[in-house]
Design a protein around this ligand. Structure first.
Ligand code: SAM
Ligand code: SF4
Length: 334
């Protein structure tokens, strides 16, 4: 039997996030510069290579795959990859296949995703205001995303909304977003803005809205019941007693979640990041291409996991962004 992946701090690695492209049809201001230079296509792992790496991780005990990007649904032929991963759901080795998307392509793909065994998806949506949506995404159209969300629900997918909490931007929409989600039976998670990449046009500290404050505002209108649920990541959940709705808080900067970290991230070029907040990574593309024998790849995966650090170094508390890493979220996949 294959030994499962356990890191040096005795944490089992059961969750792989796979970024399948660095490209996107939006240019969210906190994520990308407007004139992004993307990787040449030949640098990307092919769909077959993505399959081989994902399958190796699953053989080594990964039970949950989250597909992300960039925007995963703009990668050409991406459904071939989802169809391939469905076989691991069928065999029972993989427990969950899911994705994080901006929602723009869901009208086209929701049904196919459901057919591949996807049950729940995360859709990123920071505002319900047309004008503000255009401002924050630069290139996005709110109507298209709302239509995509509707298509996902029609296809039977459970939708969770992820909203980045942005000071002075969506503070005034806290209850609008919450009630809009409640009316559609969708859970809602807020994400604290993270110091990713040097976008040159935004001051990260200016946008920072502490979720402790957001939580207090929610508590002024609702009874918040803490849920014990843990995902091994930076999310904490409460239930609003009055609506039954689950609200999540992702606070990578103010919460220490590293002790239960169960995840690693693969970029679209085959770099494995063992921690979102550290620069260290392992090149899996070279061993992958060096041999058709997956044993070579698996040795490289084990060596990488043996280097997984104890935790990250993000810190806003000193009034400057410490521990900032230079790559963009669209590279490591959020
Ligand atoms: N394009 C897809 C989407 O937007 O959902 C998937 C990739 S995106 C990089 C994944 C998540 O990262 C999104 O929810 C996005 O809002 C979030 N994100 C991007 N940049 C961020 C930042 N600087 N701080 C916090 N969250 C960020
Ligand atoms: Fe694209 Fe998602 Fe980044 Fe927005 S957050 S630019 S939708 S990858």
């Amino acid at each position: 039997m294959t030994a499962p992946l356990i890191d040096p701090f005795a944490r089992p690695i059961s969750y792989l996030r796979v970024s399948v492209t660095d490209r996107c049809d939006f240019r969210c201001v906190y994520c990308m510069a407007e004139n992004m230079t993307f990787l040449p296509k030949k640098e990307l792992l092919t769909l077959e290579e993505l399959d081989r790496i994902s399958t190796s991780f699953i053989r080594l005990g990964v039970q949950k795959l989250r597909i992300t990007g960039g925007e995963p649904l703009v990668r050409k032929g991406i459904m071939t990859y989802f169809e391939a991963m469905a076989r691991h759901l069928d065999s029972g080795q993989l427990k969950e296949l899911t994705l994080t998307t901006n929602g723009s392509q869901l009208r086209r793909f929701a049904r196919d995703l459901a057919d591949c065994g996807v049950r729940r998806i995360n859709v990123s949506l920071d505002t319900l205001d047309d004008r503000k949506f255009a401002e924050i995404t630069r290139w996005g159209k709110l109507k298209q995303v709302l239509d995509g969300i509707e298509a996902a629900q029609e296809a039977g997918l459970r939708v969770k909304i992820n909203a980045v909490a942005l000071k002075g931007f969506n503070e005034d929409e806290l209850f609008t977003l919450q009630s809009w989600c409640a009316a559609r039976d969708m859970d809602l998670t807020f994400i604290e803005v993270m110091p990713m990449g040097d976008l040159g046009n935004e001051d990260r500290l200016d946008q920072y809205w502490a979720l402790s404050d957001l939580r207090e505002r929610l508590a002024s209108q609702f009874t918040l019941v803490d849920l014990a649920e843990r995902t091994g990541g930076p999310a904490r959940y409460v239930r609003l007693e009055e609506t039954g709705q689950k609200i999540g808080f992702i606070t990578p900067l103010t919460h220490n979640f590293c002790e239960s970290c169960n995840r690693v991230r693969l970029t679209c070029t085959g770099d494995l990041f063992m921690c979102l907040g550290q620069e260290d990574m392992a090149d899996l593309r070279s061993p992958l291409r060096a041999s058709q024998d997956d044993a070579v790849l698996e040795t490289a995966i084990r060596a990488a996991i043996a280097r997984k650090p104890k935790g990250h170094d993000f810190d806003y508390s000193r009034q400057r962004v410490d521990g900032q890493v230079s790559r963009h979220m669209s590279h490591t996949g959020g």
